[in-house]
Design a protein. Structure first.
Length: 355
């Protein structure tokens, strides 16, 4: 007698999944995809004198009304003040922490297009990630870069990138390039270095973070090496002397998506007295985590302190839970807790996901 499997309690129909296949407690589910109206995240790479700063300002002029430049190039962006209207900030150092604060200032000033010129300094410049790793490693007992230097500095680097990607406006970052070589076998059987092209002077996977990457050459022509905007630019497309229209074309395409709440909208919602701890927790773990906005740098509207959107929610949530329970939330069972919404909440260190 052949074995006949026992029929399930409920069967799958064309209308959807059976009850036992539906999500219960974790709220995971698939929804119809829509294209959100998001901000541009652009990288412009090229050697010295390729026109990265000029191109960034030209594109930015077509993307917004208030342009800000975080200038790491000894104030050179100010040379273009007569050609483009923009707010200028000569960066005092190249520490990632300083850039995060500059982004918070830019958000407070309403700068809707932020130009970071250049992002290379925050990697390999004085006070940048690599130098901080070296100094931390040298000061450690182990002298091991992986167990001391990178362990300490990597979270700082992550906070910087999260603040950049969550900035409440369009971002254009210029990147210096360096010649890349690889060892190849020659005719005699030995190996020799071979020039394989130029790569940005930043962490190895930096280009993956951008939606659009344009490579500039000495003739000031931009070659599109990456474009995540379908139908807008083709990979390998060459744009001679990119102008205002190039940036405007990108913003027009982005603006055709479904409008989404801004960082300020979320701040206003968080500060509403009616928002409970449970609602703040749901907002933190759900919508903001999914949109990658927890690391947005800002100044708290009530205290004026520099923080992140995730950090603001953590503090406000803790205060409201304590007020509701009448207990000191910071010391449950006699112990101090880092943050009310999770260990990463106060720093806004949740990983970024696509909007």
């Amino acid at each position: 007698m052949a074995y006949a499997p026992e029929a399930p309690a409920t069967s799958t129909t064309a209308e959807g999944p059976t009850p036992h296949t539906q999500n219960q407690a974790d709220d995971l589910d698939f929804q119809d995809a829509t294209r959100p109206a998001t901000n541009a995240f652009i990288a412009l790479t090229g050697p010295a004198n390729a026109g990265k700063t000029y191109t960034a300002l030209a594109m930015a002029t077509g993307m917004g009304t208030t342009i800000g430049v975080c200038d790491t190039e000894r104030g050179r962006a100010s040379h273009y003040a007569g050609l483009f209207p923009f707010k200028h900030l000569r960066m005092p150092d190249f520490r990632p922490q300083t850039l995060v604060r500059a982004l918070a200032v830019g958000a407070r000033r309403g700068i809707d297009v932020m130009v970071i010129d250049s992002g290379t300094h925050y990697w390999s410049g004085r006070g940048g990630v690599l130098e901080q790793v070296d100094s931390t490693t040298n000061a450690s007992r182990s002298k091991n870069a992986f167990t001391s230097g990178w362990k300490t500095v990597k979270p700082i680097e992550h906070q910087m990138w999260e603040a950049i990607m969550a900035y409440p406006g369009h971002v254009i970052m210029t990147l210096r390039v360096k010649t890349a070589y690889e060892l190849v076998r020659n005719d005699s059987g030995g190996v020799e270095p071979k020039k394989v092209g130029l790569k940005p002077d930043q962490r190895a996977d930096a280009e993956y973070e951008f939606d659009f990457v344009g490579d500039l050459d000495m003739a000031h022509t931009m070659t599109v090496s990456k474009c995540s905007y379908p139908g807008l630019f083709e990979s390998g497309e060459r744009i001679e002397l990119p102008k205002t229209e190039t940036g405007h074309k990108i913003v027009k395409w982005l603006g055709e998506g479904t409008p989404m709440p801004t960082v300020q909208d979320y701040v206003d919602r968080v500060m509403t007295p009616e928002m409970t701890y449970e609602q703040l927790l749901a907002l933190y773990k759900g919508e903001l985590s999914q949109r990658g906005l927890l690391g947005a740098a800002l100044f708290a509207p009530d205290t004026g302190e520099q923080t992140t959107l995730g950090g603001l929610i953590a503090r406000i949530g803790g205060e409201r839970k304590a007020a509701a329970s009448g207990a000191d939330y910071g010391r449950p069972d006699g112990e101090t807790r880092a943050a009310p919404l999770g260990p990463a909440a106060a720093q806004g260190n949740e990983p970024r996901s696509a909007a």
